[in-house]
Design a protein around this ligand. Structure first.
Ligand code: KG4
Ligand code: ZN
Length: 468
């Protein structure tokens, strides 16, 4: 469509210019008079617009819904998660048809061990996981005490802390698994994106060096896929494993997405956020109320909300006029701020952080209630879509915010009502840690997919490949 549009615009002015030149030479100065030129330019705009819009109506009949979506996107920009991949390397661990093991595969694909490393944001994690899902050893260095005074993650400090801890954490995980060095594992996996580039680099450099030194198969793990695949880790041998295809609701600090997951490396984003993620909304509410944030404000807001009444403060559920699968949390954030500032004024205190404990608890509870209502509305719509169109009735609830007990309970209720099966990792495995990298690498190796450890890239943005 755009090529046709440009053609109509380019051809027309050329012929117009030619006409002006001929007329000019014939009747002298009249045509080059500024007013006449303005009239011609105006005519040109109208004609090219008409040509372009004719092409539009012939080639693409847009539904009113699609028009509304386009108008909204023009105003607010594309949802973060609906990233078409034009600005970053696309995650495509396969050539479209088959998988490739660039750095080889473990000799015995039935029973192998993987060392996983994670450093995409503010926690340095490592773990050794066996291919049957047994976690043999884990180690995690939290940075929340480093970031707490700043009210959020400071990338430079996070990088320095990763550098200071990475060797110790890897060694600790290996020793917890009864191993002495990376020579004892069968493969190595590490998060290579998306995340904070300078932080990703610390883990990736360590993992690549180990893979090269010990000649081990290597997997560059996609962080969001790793979160999602945590719902497939066999937590106990008695329960059945989550099978593809399934719907995933990924709610973390960096992302808020609904995805249709059909296989390893095969995740289609159905909806994403236009602004903040759910985790960010929790973090900003914590900051507004003067609660300690550190590595994330979610747990403190959840704790405080337990003491509050969610019905005391009326807040609007976001995006009520848009019946689709996208999210938006910046409006709710501003709504909470306005209410909190009004209450601070009424109570004669300077800022919302100075409000009494019980008022803050009511704000936290009301925020959490509405934030989850937004999730429920979007999720219910995705469930209806997938059960009708694809007969999918399995949901994975993953990402850091999936550790939230209220969210877990409410999504459980929704699944029960719609007869869906639900998989949620245990809370401590919802947030970032090394096991997710190790398990994602196990899953990639099972489909014969590994990467070249000599390529040093990491990807701050790393969108899933869209279906061809
Ligand atoms: O997955 P994650 O560890 O890191 C990213 O990949 O972003 O998620 C971190 C986010 C933070 O925003 C944190 O506040 C939120 O998850 N979070 C929670 C809870 N635990 C962590 N949010 C609400 N309730 C919780 N219990
Ligand atoms: Zn994460």
């Amino acid at each position: 469509m755009s090529i046709v549009k440009r053609k109509a615009k380019v051809d027309y002015p050329c012929s117009l210019l030619l006409t002006i030149l001929i007329l000019n030479s014939m009747i002298g100065r009249y045509v080059t008079h500024p007013l006449t030129l303005r009239r011609i330019a105006c005519m040109r705009r109208k004609v090219s617009f008409r040509l372009a819009s004719t092409q539009l109506s012939v080639q693409q009949e847009e539904s009113p819904k699609e028009k509304r979506r386009k108008r909204f996107i023009e105003q607010k920009g594309l949802p973060k998660a609906v990233d078409r991949g034009q600005f970053a390397t696309t995650y495509r661990p396969f050539d479209g048809h088959s998988f490739q093991a660039l750095s080889g595969l473990p000799p015995n694909l039935q029973n192998f061990t993987v060392l996983g490393i994670e450093s995409s944001c503010d926690d340095t994690g490592a773990a050794v996981v066996r291919s049957d899902g047994t976690i043999l050893g884990e180690a995690l260095a939290s940075q929340s005490h480093i970031h707490a005074p700043w009210g959020g993650v400071v990338p430079g400090l996070a990088k320095e802390a990763h550098e200071a801890e990475i060797d110790r954490i890897v060694q600790e995980a290996l020793e917890a698994a009864g191993m002495t060095s990376a020579a004892d594992v069968d493969a190595i996996g590490v998060t290579v994106g998306p995340g904070l580039e300078i932080c990703l680099r610390v883990g990736a450099t360590k993992a690549r060096a180990l893979a090269i030194e010990y000649q081990k198969p290597f997997v560059g793990v996609h962080h969001l896929e790793a979160h999602i695949l945590m719902a497939r880790l066999p937590y106990d041998s008695a329960s059945k494993q989550l099978e593809f295809p399934f719907l995933a609701l990924l709610v973390s600090g960096g992302h808020c997405q609904l995805l249709k997951c059909t296989g390893i490396g095969d995740m289609a984003v159905l909806g994403g956020t236009f602004d903040d993620s759910l985790g960010e909304a929790y973090d900003k509410t914590a900051r507004l109320l003067g609660l300690p944030v550190g590595g994330g404000g979610g747990p403190v807001v959840e704790r405080l909300a337990r003491e509050g009444d969610p019905t005391t403060i009326p807040l609007s559920v976001p995006l009520q006029s848009r019946k689709d699968l996208d999210f938006s949390y910046s409006g709710l954030k501003s709504n909470v701020r306005r209410v909190a500032e009004r209450l601070a004024k009424e109570q004669g205190v300077e800022t919302p952080a100075d409000l009494s404990h019980s008022i803050k608890a009511n704000i936290a509870a009301s925020f959490q209630h509405v934030a989850i209502q937004h999730v429920e509305q979007r999720l219910r719509r995705a469930m209806i879509l997938l059960e009708e169109k694809e007969n999918i009735r399995s949901l994975a609830l993953v990402g850091g915010v999936a550790a939230n007990q209220v969210l877990r309970t409410r999504i459980e209720g929704l699944c029960r009502k719609r007869s869906w099966d639900l998989w949620i990792p245990p809370p401590r495995l919802c947030t970032d840690q090394g096991t997710m990298s190790a398990w994602a690498a196990v899953e990639r190796m099972r489909v014969q997919s590994t990467d070249d450890p000599t390529i040093p890239d990491v990807y701050a943005r790393y969108p899933f490949a869209q279906k061809l």
